[in-house]
Design a protein. Structure first.
Length: 227
C-alpha cells in the first residue's frame, strides 16, 4: 500500500473525482473499514465532515482514506519545507594559484581548499598563465598535482588538471557526504560533552578532597582522673 504522505499532489483524486467501481476504505480511528462503492464511502466521509482521498490508486481495489484533506496538504507542505531546510546546495568555490606561488601562499590557499571541502562545497583550483608563462604550463600542472596529493584524504578528483586556453584547472569534490559530516560533528559534540563532564567531576572530587584535608582532626577525649 502506498503511504499517503508520498503521493504527488497533482495525481491525488478526492471525493467525487474517485471513479473506481469499489474502494477499500480506511481511517485513522478504526483502520480498515471495508470495501464499498465510492458513493457510500463519500457519504461516510461527509457524515464526519471529512474528505475521501484515494491514497493507493493502483491497488485492487484502490485504497481510499477518510481524512481532513486540507490538513493533510498543510502537513505535506510543512514536511517539504523542513526537508528543504536540511538540503545543502553544493556550490563550486574557485581558488586561484600562480605558477610562482611561494610555500606560505600555497599553504594558505590549500587551507582554503580544505575549508571549502569540509563545508561540503566543490573546489575549482585554477592557474592563469600570463604572457611568457604559457611556456611554463608544466610547472602549473605540478602545482595542481601537488595540491591534489595534499588534500587527497578529504577529496576526490572530479577532473584532473586540464588546460583551456591560458587557464589550467582541476575540480575537487568532498569525499564525505553531508550526512557523514553531520554524523561526525554530532559524534565530536558528544565526545566533547563527555570530556567536559568528566573534567567537572574530577574538579569537584579534588575540591572535596581539599576541603576534607583542611578540616582539623578532633583531639581525643581525655580520661577522667581518679580521686
Amino acid at each position: 500500500m502506498r503511504a499517503e504522505g508520498c503521493i504527488e499532489r497533482r495525481f491525488i483524486r478526492t471525493n467525487d473525482r474517485i471513479r473506481a467501481r469499489e474502494v477499500r476504505v480506511i481511517d485513522d480511528e478504526q483502520g480498515q473499514i471495508g470495501i464499498m462503492p465510492p458513493y457510500e464511502a463519500l457519504r461516510l466521509a461527509r457524515s464526519r465532515n471529512l474528505d475521501l482521498v484515494e491514497i493507493s490508486p493502483t491497488a485492487q481495489p484502490p485504497v481510499c482514506k477518510i481524512m481532513d484533506y486540507g490538513k493533510f496538504l498543510y502537513q505535506q507542505e510543512k514536511k517539504e519545507r523542513e526537508a528543504k531546510k536540511h538540503q545543502k546546495t553544493i556550490t563550486v568555490k574557485e581558488v586561484k594559484f600562480r605558477i610562482n606561488v611561494d610555500d606560505h601562499d600555497y599553504e594558505t590557499k590549500k587551507n582554503h581548499v580544505l575549508r571549502f571541502l569540509d563545508e561540503g562545497d566543490k573546489v575549482k583550483a585554477t592557474i592563469f598563465f600570463r604572457g611568457r608563462e604559457m611556456t611554463r604550463t608544466g610547472l602549473g600542472r605540478q602545482i595542481l598535482e601537488r595540491l591534489i596529493k595534499d588534500v587527497e584524504p578529504q577529496s576526490i578528483v572530479e577532473f584532473r588538471p586540464r588546460q583551456e586556453g591560458n587557464t589550467l584547472h582541476a575540480i575537487l569534490a568532498p569525499k564525505k557526504s553531508a550526512a557523514d559530516r553531520e554524523k561526525e560533528k554530532e559524534k565530536e559534540a558528544r565526545q566533547k560533552a563527555k570530556a567536559e563532564a568528566r573534567a567537572k567531576q574530577e574538579q569537584e572530587k579534588a575540591a572535596q578532597e581539599k576541603a576534607a584535608a583542611a578540616v582539623p582532626a578532633e583531639a581525643p577525649a581525655s580520661e577522667p582522673q581518679a580521686s
